[in-house]
Design a protein around this ligand. Sequence first.
Ligand code: NAD
Ligand code: UD1
Length: 339
Amino acid sequence: MAVLVTGGAGYIGSHTAVALHDAGRQVVVLDDLSNSSPAAVDALRSLTRPDLPFVEADAADVDSVGRTLADHRVDEVVHFAAFKSVSGSISDPEGYHRNNVGCTAGVVAAMRAHGVSRLVFSSSCTVYGEPNHVPVTEASPIGATNPYGATKIACEELLAAEADVGGLDVLLLRYFNPVGSHPSGDLGEDPQGVPDNLVPYLMQVAVGRQERLAVFGGDYDTPDGSAIRDYLHVMDLAEGHVAALNALADGDGPTGCTAVNLGTGTGYSVLDVVAAASRVIGQPVPHEVVGRRAGDIERIWADPALAIDLLGWRATRSLDEMLVDHWRWQQRHPNGYEA
Ligand code: NAD
Ligand code: UD1
């Protein structure tokens, strides 16, 4: 039997594919390469097996997904395939809805047709919007602050409704802020164009691809005035998916649809991250504090208790380890996979 990883050529999907392989599972990757590259698949194969099955297809295409489930005798699915840029979703809300909700609907329809019942879904802490209380638990209020977040809420609702009518057991993993890379330095985050996210941008400054980091907002109500997030190592996150699949496969495990936060439980400010990165890199990262970014929230971090209880998973790697590993990847691949 095998596990299908949709979006498995992307950042989190490729790291998870490695963790699943290392845990002894047969992995099949399906991706349309809309935000990744054949070189990422090569890197994934070099860390797993040279013949790791890869299907280039749209996850919204029920026939392609169904054929993949049948051809590879898949009995569990991890569904990452989605567009993830908040700014992209503001300029193209309809396209984001069509792709993100369409992929989830396509994957679920194919699973139903082929009698596959276990699904782990990539959700996000963005579903909590601007929380009125931190840390956030899975019972905290839900509300999107941008169209990308709205697609995650719509997917969660679709999956909960599917689980209600029976035949599907789902874990909705609400990730906080993944950073870092595989420790080999051969697999990493390779954003197309100018990065939106903090650590990829900061690392491109450090290798000279960008001039300086703009720190968005110095007037938040936080100790140093910059915004606070819960950063977690992508390998911890990848291992969280292995734990989630194991829990679903366990006869005493969760049934129906359950949301679980995957975070460390610790918040760091943007300026904390800049200081840690400067230390790890061995030179100051040029930066300046500018105005707030539209749509940003002030602070969020996870209450990770449910993941510990239900999945037996907790994040173990430190912020420095995240940055050391991300820096190794960036130095080995200053221009990403293709260069
Ligand atoms: P990514 O863009 O690197 O990976 C997503 C992959 O999905 C890409 O390889 C892309 O080509 C593929 N894809 C997109 N649409 C597809 C389609 N229609 N059919 C097939 N493949 C398709 O992004 P990532 O950072 O690895 O994120 C993975 C998932 O985790 C996404 O669902 C994202 O929303 C979610 N997530 C990411 C973060 C984060 O900070 N990176 C945080 C929370 C949740
Ligand atoms: C955002 C989304 C999240 C999504 C994630 C991955 C929200 C609230 N968050 O997370 O759902 O999953 O992107 O795409 O919708 N920063 C800078 N300078 C930069 C870049 C970022 O100061 O050049 C700051 C931001 O203002 C923020 C922090 O760094 O305070 C983290 O930003 P980022 O990495 O973009 O992640 P989020 O905004 O938390």
